[in-house]
Design a protein around this ligand. Sequence first.
Ligand code: CO
Length: 210
Amino acid sequence: MDIKELIKRNHEWAENIANTDPDFFPTLAAQQKPEFLWIGCSDSRVPANQVVDLDPGEVFVHRNVSNMVIHTDMNMLSVVQFAVEILEVKHIIIVGHYGCGGVRAAMEQGENGLIDNWLLDIKDTIYHHRKALANITDYEEKVDRVCELNVIQQVYNLSHTNIVQKAWRNNKRLQIHGWCYGLNNGKVKDLEVTVDSAEKLKDIYRYKVE
Ligand code: CO
């Protein structure tokens, strides 16, 4: 597709919306008040707004390879802080997807370059769950289980940040959810690992503030 085609499509899209609802863009331009922060994979097949059928303005989005929450990632931390403290989102959703290429790469021993370092946290997860994973004989099934385990680990990683714990301490309603998206049917599965307080966190990860 020619790049000019994208501009043409954009103008048609904007005009269609403006024709249906002339206030749509002026209202959005004045302020954003999304209730959701989506942390998902960069994979082109998992577009945040479309998957949950939300309009512009309804979901704040951060995406990287394999939907990671790496504690030293200033980009992710800045997005989370802004979303929690300024936008006051009520839900953060970590959205992985089955068949994730980053997860596949982490499961193998081939060297791929810089990305290997980014994916090391997934190798840690695989190692941590090696006994349970050894019982899965079908390789694709194993890939999908690691995709789920990775999401669950990222939910924990996020709940361990002082940004999230500060929000809970200040009695802000904030839930962190873990989902996994099916590329072959377009549906998300709730992994039912929602965290909404520091209560269940291991002591070592809990901040105690007077
Ligand atoms: Co992916």
